[in-house]
Design a protein around this ligand. Sequence first.
Ligand SMILES: Nc1ncnc2c1ncn2[C@@H]1O[C@H](COP(=O)(O)OP(=O)(O)OP(=O)(O)O)[C@@H](O)[C@H]1O
Ligand SMILES: [Mg+2]
Length: 1103
Amino acid sequence: MAKMEVKTSLLDNMIGVGDMVLLEPLNEDTVIDNLKKRFDHNEIYTYIGSVVISVNPYRSLPIYSPEKVEDYRNRNFYELSPHIFALSDEAYRSLRDQDKDQCILITGESGAGKTEASKLVMSYVAAVCGKGAEVNQVKEQLLQSNPVLEAFGNAKTVRNDNSSRFGKYMDIEFDFKGDPLGGVISNYKLKLERDFSRYNYLSLDSAKVNGVDDAANFRTVRNAMQIVGFMDHEAESVLEVVAAVLKLGNIEFKPESRVNGLDESKIKDKNELKEICELTGIDQSVLERAFSFRTVEAKQEKVSTTLNVAQAYYARDALAKNLYSRLFSWLVNRINESIKAQTKVRKKVMGVLDIYGFEIFEDNSFEQFIINYCNEKLQQIFIELTLKEEQEEYIREGIEWTHIEYFNNAIICDLIENNTNGILAMLDEECLRPGTVTDETFLEKLNQVCATHQHFESRMSKCSRFLNDTSLPHSCFRIQHYAGKVLYQVEGFVDKNNDLLYRDLSQAMWKAGHALIKSLFPEGNPAKINLKRPPTAGSQFKASVATLMKNLQTKNPNYIRCIKPNDKKAAHIFTEGLVCHQVRYLGLLENVRVRRAGYAFRQAYEPCLERYKMLCKQTWPHWKGPARAGVEVLFNELEIPVEEYSFGRSKIFIRNPRTLFKLEDLRKQRLQDLATLIQKIYRGWKCRTHFLLMRKSQIVIAAWFRRYAQQKRYQEIKSSALVIQSYIRGWKARKILRELKHQKRCEEAVTTIAAYWHGTQARRELSRLKAEARNKHAIAVIWAYWLGSKARRELKRLKEEARRKHAVAVIWAYWLGLKVRREYRKFFRANAGKKIYEFTLQRIVQKYFLEMKNKVPSLSPIDKNWPSRPYMFLDSTHKELKRIFHLWRCKKYRDQFTDQQKLIYEEKLEASELFKDKKALYPSSVGQPFQGPYLEINKNPKYKKLKDAIEEKIIIAEIVNKINRANGKSTSRIFLLTNNNLLLADQKSGQIKSEVPLVDVTKVSMSSQNDGFFAIHLKEGCEAASKGDFLFSSDHLIEMATKLYRTTLSQTKQKLNIEISDEFLVQFRQDKVCVKFIQGNQKNGSVPTCKRKNNRLLEVAVP
Ligand SMILES: Nc1ncnc2c1ncn2[C@@H]1O[C@H](COP(=O)(O)OP(=O)(O)OP(=O)(O)O)[C@@H](O)[C@H]1O
Ligand SMILES: [Mg+2]
C-alpha cells in the first residue's frame, strides 16, 4: 500500500515554474514573467534552489492557516509548492535533527515584507516546536517582543506604513529536543534616523494610518509589554520619555542680536520647555542654558560659546534623536533580559535577520551609504555561503567540478571598509582631523585616495573618465554596488558620522529627576567626564556589522528575498519596472545562473527512482537492486545524453532543466498510459469478475431450481402413494373390522344366550331358594309366635300363681298376726305398742351413743374429724354432739393456759377485732407472737440511763422509724410504751427525745394496705404536740397499735380511736398535712417509701 501513496511534488500543478532554476530560457524577462504569472495566481513564493523569493501580496492570503502549517510540517523542501513555511521547516528540522545552527536572512527593500516574513517564520517555528506550559510562555514572550519593538522602532514612511526603522537580528535559542529556551535580540538601529525631521516630530497627517485602530494597537502593545515582563512603572517611564521627545519637537528658537553683532538663539515659548522639564524632572534653567550654550573642554580649559538658531535646532534634534535612540536600546536590553534563556546548557540557535534592504533614492545620504554597505556585506556572505555550500556538495558527491565564475563583491566591501583607505576610514580620519572639516574636504580626500578604484566614481577625481559625466554632480560620489550604481550626496556625512550631542545637553539629561532618562545618559555624570571622543557612527556600525557577519558565518544560511510589487502598497498590482529593478539589484538572475552553472537539479537516488521508475520496463514496477543502479538503467533506457547528468554518491545531478522537464513529460505521459492500462485491466477484471459472478449465480440458481422441482415432484408422488396406501389400508382395516365385528357379535350372542340361560337358571334356583327360605321363615315365625304365646301364657300363669302365693302369704301373715294377736292379746297392755316403740328407739339411741364413745376424735381443737351419723333421725343430735364435744375440748385446751398465755391470746383477740378484714397487714401478724419489749433495755448497758429514767413497767420497747415531718425521710428511734406514757429515745445514746402522756394521744391512723406506717395524733394544745403529730413506720404495727389501744383503755377507760384509711390528715406544727398512700413502683423494692410532696401532701408509695 505504501507504494500506492500519491506523492505530491513541487513539479505538480505548477503555475509558471516553482523553482526558477528550471526556467527555460533564462533571462530577466522570463524571470519577471514567471514571478508575475505566479503572483497573479496568488503564488507569492518562488524558489531559486533553496532561496525563497517572496512577493508582497499587500493583502492577507489564506495560506498561513494552522492546516497549512500541518501540511508543511516534516515535509521535504521540494515536496509541496513553494512556501515560506517550507523554508522555516527545513531550517527548524536541520537545527533540531542535524544540530546545525541556522540563520534566516530576510532582505528586500522597504515595504517588501521582510518584517512580515520574519514574523511568519517565528510563528511557524513556534507552532511546530515543542509544547508545554513553560515552553509556551517562552514562545509567547518571544512572539510578543515583536509588537513592543515595532511600536517603538517602526514608523510610517512613504514606502511603508509600518516601516522598521531599525535592523533586527534575533537569535532564538533551543534545547537539544528543539524546544525554545529564550532569545537574544541585537539592534542595528541607525542613530541617524532617516527622515526624522519630516515628523516635526509628530504632525497629524504623518501619524495617521488608514484602517489602523490606534487605541487597540496601544492596548496590544501595553499587553505585549506586560507579557514580555515590563513592570507597570517601567512601561510608564518609557511612555514619559516618548512624550518628552515629542514635546522637544515643539520647542522653537528665535534669533536675538547681541552686542558683538552675532545672533544668539532664544527659546520662543518657554511654556513648552517648562512642560518638558516637569515631565523629566530637569531644572528649567539648566535645560534652557544647555540649549543656548556650548561648552568645550580641552585639557584644563573650558570655553563656553553661545549657539545660534541653527545650532540650537541641531542641538534640539540631536537630543531628541539620542533620547529616542537610547530609549530604544534600553528597550531592547530590557526585552533581552526578559527573554534570556534561563539555563546554561548548550543551545541550538536560529537567527532571524530582518534588516533594512538595499536603498536607492533620489537623494542618497550617509544613511543609505551605511545601509547599502550592510547589504553589500550580506550579499557577500550570501555569495560566499551559497557557492561554498554548492561547491562542497559537488565535492561531497564526487562530482567533477570546475569553478564557476561569479561576481564577488568583496572588492566593493573593501572600498568601503578598508581600514587604511576605505571610505569609512577616510570619513573618520576627516572627522578627527583638527582644523576646518567640511563635507567638501572629505570628498576631496576621497577623490585623492579612491580615484583609481574600479567601483568608485567622482567628477572631481583625477580620473578623467567622469570629468564630462553630467549625471554625476560635483558634490557627489558614486559607488557601483553589486546591485547597481548609487549616487551619494556628500552633504551631512561629517556631521552624521560625528553624531555629536553637546556635552551640556547630556549633562542636563543626567541631572534629570526621571530615573530612566538619567540612566540613559551616563556620560553626563560630571564625575566621569571623558574627554575622549566617542566612536563615530560609521565605525560603530562597521564594528557591529562585522560582529553580525561573524555570527552569520557560523550558521547555516536560509534566504528569503522579498520583492515589492508596486509603490502603491496595493494588492493585485505588479509593476514590472519596479520588480525588474529589484530583481536586478537582488541579483536574482545571477543567483539562478550560479545555481545552474553547476547542475540545475539534484535529487537523492531513491526518490528519483521512485518518481521515474515507471519510465523503464526493468525498473517498473519494482527495482530489486540498489537505487543508483536503478537510476542508471533508467537513464540508459531513456537515452538521455550522458553530458546531461552526473552520478553523485547519493544523488543524481541533472544539468539542464530541459532534461528534467523531458523526464517530467515522459512521466506524465507514462502515468496517463499507466492509468489507461490500469483502467483497461481494471475494466476487464471488473467485467470478468462480474461475468464469473453471474455464471456462478446462474449455476447456483439452476441447481436450486432443479432441486426445488425434484423436491416438489417427489412430494407429489409421495403424497399420492400415501393416499393410495391409506385407501388400501382403510379398505383392509374395514374388512378386518367387519370380520372382527361379526366374530364379536357371534361371541356376544353366545355370551348373551349363555347369560340368559344362566340367568333363567339362577332365577329359577333363586325363586326356589326364596320359596324354601320363605317356608323356613314362616315356620320359624310361627314357631316363635307359638313359643311367645306359650311363654306369655306361662308368664301369666306364673304371675297369677305368684300373686296368689303372695296373697296367700299376706293373708296367711295377717291371719297369723290376727291369730297371734288374738292369742297374745290377753298378755299385753293396751299401750304396749308405744312402749315397744320407745324401747326400740331407746335401744337404738343407746346403741348410737355406745358406738360414739368409741368413735370420738382427738382432743385437738383443730381436728376437724367427726364420725358420720348412723340414723337420719339423729342428725341434729349428731351435730349438737359435735359442737358440745368441740366446746368441751376447747375448754380443756384453754384450761391448760398460764395467765401470761391468756394475756397474749387476749391481745391477739383484741388485734383480730381491731384489724381483721380492715388492714391488709393483719393476716401476716397472726402467726407472730406479740413480744412487747423487743429491745432489752435492761440488759444493754448502753441504755442504762434510759432504763434509770423510766420507773414504770415497759410494755413496748422497740426500734421504729420516725418519719421526718419536713421531708419524709426516716430516722431510727426507740419507741417505748409504759402504762402512762409514750416515749421516744435516740437509738444510739438512749436519750429521751419526746414524752407523751397517753391521755394526750387522741387517735392512731394507718392505711388499709400492707405497710407499717402509722400516725399518732396528739391532743391539740398539749405540751407534747408542739411539733405536731408523729408519723412512724414499724414492723410490728399491729402489735403496737393493739397494745397502745389496750393500755389506753385500761389507763384512761377510753377507747382509743383507730382510723384505717388510705388518706388521713395529720397536724405538723401549724400545717394540716394529708398523708396519702398510693400504689408504688415495684422497682424500688418491697419497702414502702415516703416523700413530702408539698406543704399539704406527704405521699407514701406502697409496693
Ligand atoms: N505575506 C504577506 N501577506 C500579506 N501582506 C503582507 C505580507 N508581507 C507584507 N505584507 C504587507 O506589506 C506591508 C509591509 O511589510 P513589512 O513591514 O514587512 O515590510 P518591510 O520589508 O519590513 O519594510 P521596512 O524595510 O520598511 O521595514 C505590511 O504591513 C503588510 O501590510
Ligand atoms: Mg520591516
